[in-house]
Design a binder for this molecule. Structure first.
Ligand code: AMP
Length: 426
């Protein structure tokens, strides 16, 4: 099915094509016609399924067809994190670039001046995190009485992050007559209750994320003594085929240390973690996305919700304690049917983590036996290989060495694509 068959108007079709999308993802195929019919929607879908475009495209179309547009904010998208808010706003910018529809994003942790100036100029579509939205509403900068469409994104994460009361306060201020689109990856009872209150005769769409990425990703494992991990990373980064690498560190301190060592070695890198200011995090992320820096070192929490297209390599500088986190981490690469490369370091004290990860993914991660920093047998922190009898599936696992992205094969330079879940679990 092509986007055209979903009755998308020309200016949006053109923008979507420029993004390199050819086929709507399952959630887009299901949701776009329903939203265009002005139905309320209950979407069970995670980030990575293409859900942003599933609501952004029909919303832009609905507004475009109302031109000349009435006054005021007509669409509100509420999302839990500033990273997601920025990404959603960027999606409206991309898909709506030929529509002239005005969109803006507001989130906390930064000065409000820029945001209130944009609001004063006039906004059709507002993307917001709950705290800053309430704050600016209370200050009188935002009036939602002209609202037509309300999107609640990642409702279950709102609950997890303790934002549900703020969300309810916002909902209390919305006009009763409106279209509501409600998205959540899971449906715990409290979220189901909220959906029941918010939605009128909703259509339900449900998609599972694209099949687990684990098999598509070229995974490898290096046994290395803890103190030699930075040297091994430096050594591997000498490979110029590594265009963009996301390096996961267990701690903030560890992330800073890695950046310091890489900087000394002349590898452009930056760290993102909770101790960095929002401005510093955003700058590191945009420098990385633009290719100004090659390596981004992150803790799991800081990396949550960050969507980086065209990421070729993920390094597990430290193995995660929670095995599912390994799957989330490596799923940052290998998006949209692409292959990708995930390299993990395992020191002597991480053998339990390794065993749990391999149990979860049902694979023995192929071990690179020869490298200059192979764990030294005389060292206290020596790594003992975890010996496991391979299963049939494991024996047939052949890592793909020659990574070439689908986007590159298709000649698609923008590389935005249908990817897997992108949130870390810590
Ligand atoms: P989302 O679930 O909205 O965060 O989207 C995940 C990724 O899929 C983003 O990088 C989008 O740019 C990309 N994407 C969305 N729709 C499509 C599509 N129809 N074809 C290819 N990529 C898409």
């Amino acid at each position: 099915m092509a986007f055209k068959q979903l009755k998308i108007i020309e200016p949006i079709l053109k923008a979507v094509a420029a993004e390199g999308y050819t086929i709507p993802t399952p959630i887009q195929q299901q949701a776009i016609p329903l939203v265009l019919q002005r139905k309320d929607l209950l979407g069970c879908a995670q980030t990575g399924t293409g859900k942003t475009a599933a609501f952004a495209i029909p919303i832009l179309q609905i507004l475009h067809e109302q031109k000349p547009l009435p006054h005021g904010i007509k669409v509100l998208i509420l999302t839990p994190t500033r990273e997601l808010a920025i990404q959603i706003d960027e999606s409206f910018a991309a898909y709506g670039r030929h529509t002239g529809i005005r969109h803006s994003v507001i989130f906390g942790g930064v000065s409000q001046l820029h945001q209130t100036n944009a609001l004063k100029r006039g906004v059709d579509i507002l993307v917001a995190t709950p705290g800053r939205l309430l704050d600016l509403m209370n200050q009188g900068f935002i009036n939602l009485k002209h609202l037509q469409i309300f999107v609640l994104d990642e409702a279950d994460r709102m609950l997890d992050m303790g934002f549900i009361h703020d969300v309810k306060k916002v909902i209390a201020k919305l006009p009763a007559k409106r279209q509501t689109l409600f998205f959540s990856a899971t449906m715990p009872p409290e979220i189901q209750k909220l959906a029941n209150v918010l939605l009128t005769n909703p259509a339900k769409v449900e998609v599972t994320p694209p099949s687990t990425t684990v098999e598509k990703i070229d995974q490898s494992l290096y046994y290395v003594n803890k103190q030699e991990k930075p040297e091994l990373l430096k050594h591997l980064l000498n490979d110029t085929n590594i265009k963009s690498a996301l390096v996961f560190s267990r701690t903030k301190h560890g992330a800073n240390k890695v950046v310091k060592i890489l900087d000394k070695a002349g590898v452009q890198s930056a760290a993102i973690h909770g101790n960095k200011s929002q401005v510093a995090r955003q700058k590191a992320l945009s420098d990385f996305k633009e290719g100004k820096i090659r390596v981004l070192v992150a803790t799991d929490i800081a990396a949550r919700g960050i969507d980086i297209d065209e990421l070729t390599h993920v390094f597990n500088f430290d193995l995660p304690d929670v095995p599912e986190t390994y799957v989330h981490r490596i799923g940052r690469t290998g998006r949209a049917g692409n292959s990708g490369i995930a390299i993990s370091f395992c020191s002597g004290d991480e053998r339990t983590e390794l065993r749990d990860i391999q149990k979860l993914i049902g694979l023995t991660i192929p071990l690179v036996k020869e490298h200059p920093f192979v764990a030294n047998a005389n060292n206290n922190n020596t790594v003992q290989p975890v010996i496991q009898r391979p299963t049939q599936q494991q024996r047939s696992f052949k890592p793909k060495r020659n990574f070439q992205s689908q986007a590159a094969r298709n000649g698609n330079s923008s590389g935005r694509k249908y990817g897997p879940q992108r949130s870390g679990s810590r």
